[in-house]
Design a protein around this ligand. Structure first.
Ligand code: NAD
Ligand code: DAU
Length: 355
């Protein structure tokens, strides 16, 4: 068990996206004494509507800024006395990374480096001394990574933290690169870090380019449901609230320098998920359309969560049945939210990817 960490000024990057916005709200509700400073560039995936219920919270501050902008990130550290960083900011969609890899490399890798360099400058006891590995008390940098860095599994086996990184898409390669940079800052500079590697998330406020919200949205509109290849690829689904509680656990109890896998032991084939959505919404399976497979498509992911459950005492609380029921109901009663983000950009994206 790691030391219990006390903190006050938490910089959350990418806090207007799907997981980041759920995390900002989770932290403001759970830790009433913390200040949450949210930095988000508001790309197509960032949406301040996700945060409207906390917009007036006195402990919440928002900056529209890019994590690659060194001067701005420096200014934010100096104004707010940041002692904790949780880096969610990223280009996160595999299909987009296949078409336009460059931004994945600059945001996901160089953005991470800017955050690490700034944290090092403000947190090191003697920042001018390259040999100094002493840091102010209680500071921590947490990198939100993904199980995709491990590559793909066959029919059996699970990802454990000690496995080599074998990413297959430009997205996962950029996330693996960022993990390596974080590790290097720990080894070379003694930076107090953790890396978390989570499996596929689902839940409220997920952008409708990802499997579950895309299928719910198409189903509601009675549009084709585009299933890649044979639909038998397996993902290990975790409710976003459980991901938030796991990150909170690692922030407070994670041993410095350690990597923690996060997953809920919930493997499902894509086609099972699509059929569940159709059934729940009372639609016909005729809507299913098998389409050409994603290039380099990883066949199966499965997380071994033994380390975080046994060493830090974290467990997932959502069952998949409850989580999916709530998620589908939420999209059904929040169609305005979807309509507001299905802008010209989304329509163009959809046509390019699927037609
Ligand atoms: P998302 O695409 O919904 O949100 C990403 C957010 O980052 C957006 O608000 C966007 O505006 C912001 N952003 C992008 N580039 C930025 C930049 N240069 N500067 C500042 N902000 C920027 O992604 P998500 O699904 O919420 O994922 C969040 C993080 O969790 C990512 O790092 C992702 O790799 C990781 N992750 C996601 C999943 C999943 O299933 N969604 C699973 C494991 C890990
Ligand atoms: O495993 C964690 C990762 O999960 C995160 O790091 C990524 O940010 C997140 O996007 C997610 O990646 P996936 O590629 O697994 O998620 P996606 O929702 O894009 O696809 C899930 C599965 O569904 C995958 O096997 C591809 C398939 N799929 C997806 C879409 C969008 C389809 O069959 N049809 C589709 O239209």
């Amino acid at each position: 068990m790691g030391q219990v960490k006390e903190m006050k000024n938490v910089l959350v990057t990418g806090g207007a996206g799907f997981i980041g916005s759920n995390f900002v709200k989770y932290m403001l509700n759970k830790h009433l004494e913390y200040k949450i400073i949210n930095v988000d560039a508001l790309t197509y995936a960032g949406n301040l509507e996700n945060l409207k219920e906390v917009a007036d919270n006195v402990n919440y501050i928002f900056y529209k800024a890019d994590i690659r902008d060194k001067e701005k990130i420096d200014e934010i550290f100096s104004i707010h006395g940041i002692d904790t960083v949780v880096n969610f900011a990223a280009e996160s969609h595999v299909d987009r990374s296949i078409v336009e890899p460059e931004i994945f490399l600059t945001t996901n890798i160089l953005g991470t480096q800017v955050l690490l360099d700034t944290a090092k400058k403000y947190w090191k006891v003697n920042p001018e001394d390259k040999y100094c590995k002493e840091y102010k008390l209680g500071v921590k940098y947490l990198q939100v990574s993904t199980d995709e860095v491990y590559g793909a599994l066959g029919k059996t086996g699970m990802f454990v933290e000690t496995m080599p990184l074998l990413p297959n898409s430009p997205y996962s390669a950029s996330k693996a690169s960022a993990d390596m940079i974080v590790r290097a800052y720990h080894e070379t500079f003694g930076m107090p870090v953790n890396i978390t590697r989570c499996s596929n998330n689902y839940g409220l406020y997920q952008f409708p380019e990802k499997l579950i919200p895309l299928m719910i949205n198409n189903c509601l509109k009675e549009k084709d449901l585009p299933v890649y290849g044979d639909g038998m690829q397996v993902r290990d689904w975790l409710h976003v609230s459980d991901h938030c509680s796991a990150i909170d656990t690692v922030l407070h109890k994670g041993a410095i320098g350690e990597v923690y896998n996060i997953g809920g032991n919930n493997e499902k084939a894509n086609i099972e998920i699509v059929k569940l959505i159709l059934k729940t919404l009372g639609k016909s399976e005729y809507l299913i359309k098998y389409v050409k497979d994603r290039p380099g498509h990883d066949r199966r992911y499965a997380i071994d969560n033994t380390k975080i459950t046994t060493q830090l005492g974290w467990t997932a609380v959502y069952t998949f049945e409850r989580g999916m029921k709530e998620t589908i109901e939420w999209y059904l009663s929040n169609q305005d939210w979807i309509e507001n983000i299905i802008s010209g950009e989304y329509v163009k994206y959809y046509e390019k990817m699927y037609n």
